[in-house]
Design a protein around this ligand. Structure first.
Ligand code: ATR
Length: 287
């Protein structure tokens, strides 16, 4: 792909994280910019962990139009913003910061939107409002998933976590429809569920496996994994082998990027760019 010329009017946006080198966001956003013919560029920033606040402060006024924020900065990003959307507040984290020209910083969270869109695209028969959902994990990703499912009308969200106290903290923050379960109580949590979502990093290539029997889940329950390296995780393999719909984390990544792009560049990504094919090619190249 030829790189469009940088001009004096090029709008800059980017992603900040540590590490950020392997982020797929620059590939997606720059392909969309080129496809839409927008004079813009999207780059990766890796501020030192203890300098993130200073980095963000320096962008007030709009030297950079906006930032996606990834690990480990999402909670801090929310705290640094002057305004935050309801979803960002509920998630306790921001993955989007927009720098207004008057110096204000607006925070949003599109991860939950990405999660719901991934389910809608890859499991079109699934309705979040129809049955309880189970979320594995109780870190930032899990809290965002719980907030999104509640916003989509889930009657109950069951948080299953090794450290039960962290699941209880999410329940305390997000209300009576959230129930906490310890890891050993997971089969009870699976009963009658409409969806199981892995929001831990277990199953990530090179890390610890997620060795999880899913027999206690109803046969039609949707199984989603936020891990996308490998794309078909062991959990998604088990789902497919048992005939359950499987939803991958790459779709969530792509779908959270779409409203981010619109927040930065003022229009949705061009539909003719095949973002998934680009992301898959980048993942293959990195393997
Ligand atoms: P993030 O903010 O990205 O979600 P995190 O806060 O590090 O990341 O959370 C990782 C999740 O994976 C946690 O829910 C963690 O469980 P604990 O709260 O008990 O630490 C879960 N996790 C990590 N390793 C695990 C393991 N070996 N077995 C079960 N759960 C594990």
């Amino acid at each position: 792909m030829s790189r469009p010329a940088i001009t004096g009017a090029t709008v800059v946006a980017g992603v900040a994280g540590a590490p950020v080198r392997h982020s797929l966001s620059p590939i997606l956003h720059n392909a969309w910019l080129a496809g839409a013919g927008i004079d813009g560029v999207y780059v990766a920033f890796a501020p030192p962990a203890d300098r993130f606040a200073a980095f963000v402060e320096g962008l007030r006024g709009g030297a950079v139009r906006g930032l996606n924020v990834t690990l480990p900065f999402k909670e801090e990003a929310l705290a640094l913003a002057d305004e935050a959307s309801d979803l960002a507040r509920a998630a306790g984290a921001a993955n989007v910061l927009v720098f207004e020209t008057d110096g204000r910083i607006r925070a949003d969270n599109t991860d939950g939107f990405g999660l719901l869109q991934a389910l809608a695209v890859q499991a079109p028969g699934f309705s979040p409002a129809a049955a309880p959902a189970v979320v594995l994990g109780a870190g930032g990703a899990a809290r965002g998933a719980v907030a999104a499912l509640l916003a989509a009308g889930a009657p109950e969200v069951r948080v299953v976590n090794r450290t039960r106290a962290r699941a209880e903290a999410i329940a305390a923050a997000l209300g009576l429809k959230v129930r906490a379960f310890g890891w050993e109580e997971r089969d009870a949590a699976f009963g009658g569920a409409g969806a199981l979502i892995n929001a831990t990093s277990l199953g990530l290539a090179g890390g610890q496996p997620l060795d999880l029997a899913i027999d206690a889940l109803p046969p039609a329950a949707v199984v989603m994994d936020m891990v996308y390296k490998p794309l078909r995780t062991d959990l998604l393999g088990r789902a497919a082998a048992s005939g359950r719909p499987a939803v991958d984390g790459l779709e969530m990544l792509i779908r959270q990027a779409m409203p981010s792009f619109e927040a930065f560049f003022g229009r949705p990504p061009p539909a003719e760019v095949d973002a998934r094919a680009l992301a898959l090619a980048a993942l293959r190249g990195a393997a």
